[in-house]
Design a protein around this ligand. Structure first.
Ligand SMILES: Nc1ncnc2c1ncn2[C@@H]1O[C@H](COP(=O)(O)OP(=O)(O)O)[C@@H](O)[C@H]1O
Ligand SMILES: [Mg+2]
Length: 240
């Protein structure tokens, strides 16, 4: 599904955020990238959907090398979930979900009347999937953190992606809401066979919900193991 080959990224100023990352992700897998702050997790995710330019190395998406011409299709098939939800506060939940259908260049939120009835039904369906149908017409800023992240997930799945990239989706949530969001991601992963790559810094959540855990430190992969094979000694390597 995804193959990353010798990916390197150096930011202006000289920070080597990724130092030759190699990673294969199979279709339908739930992978967690575990690592302390600054280890390169966000840069890695953003490289996959083109939010960071690939400067050295290659990424293959569904067997095809990502190039400038292929990138729009990759972005169409990829949903992204953020730590801070990135919702538009003064819009209703359903309208936030509908923004998931806009491509990144069309930011004309005043064009909501252009969405078809079918698209609105799809948005309601996505909200139902995340258990939030009853809040569809509430403004985003009336929702709790966990509910806002559920809207974020609905916005990511409305375009029926084959890949979900979640960048620390529970870092701003209390433990109970975090568990709910992780189970929801797992449910979507299994029910729709959507591949999930999830950045986390909580070891327990990574072990509980993922098939495989990748340990990242200073832009390098330290381990890449089935979740059940990752013990506290392995984990210590990235938090030493
Ligand atoms: N836009 C940027 N410009 C310069 N340095 C950056 C930028 N984004 C990230 N970095 C640096 O790259 C490294 C990896 O960052 P990041 O991928 O955000 O790590 P993580 O998500 O694991 O916290 C850090 O040292 C960070 O300061
Ligand atoms: Mg990050």
């Amino acid at each position: 599904m995804i193959e990353i080959k010798n990916l390197k990224k150096t930011f202006d100023g000289g920070t080597e955020a990724l130092r030759g990352v190699n990673l294969k992700v199979n279709k339908g897998e739930f992978i967690s990238i575990l690592g302390p702050s600054g280890s390169g997790k966000t840069t890695l995710l953003r490289s996959i959907n083109g939010l960071e330019k690939i400067e050295s190395g290659n990424i293959f998406f569904e067997e095809e090398k990502i190039t400038e011409t292929y990138l729009p299709e990759v972005q169409k098939k990829t949903g992204m979930i953020f730590q801070e939800f990135n919702l538009v506060n003064n819009l209703s939940a359903i309208n936030n979900v509908l923004t998931g259908l806009l491509n990144s260049s069309s930011k004309f939120l005043s064009m909501f009347y252009l969405f078809t009835k079918e698209q609105k039904l799809e948005a309601l369906k996505a909200l139902e999937t995340v258990g939030l149908l009853n809040k569809s017409y509430n403004r985003a800023d009336e929702l709790s953190g966990g509910q806002r992240q559920r809207v974020g997930i609905a916005r990511a799945i409305i375009k029926k992606p084959t890949l979900l990239l979640a960048d620390e989706p529970v870092a701003s949530l209390d433990p109970k809401a975090a568990d709910l969001i992780m189970s929801l991601l797992k449910k979507i992963n299994q029910q729709f066979n959507i591949t999930v790559i999830c950045n986390l810094h909580q070891v327990e959540l990574a072990s509980q919900y993922s098939d495989r855990i990748v340990g990242l430190l200073d832009g390098e992969i330290l381990f890449n193991e089935h979740a059940k094979n990752v013990d506290k000694f392995t984990i210590k390597e990235i938090y030493r």
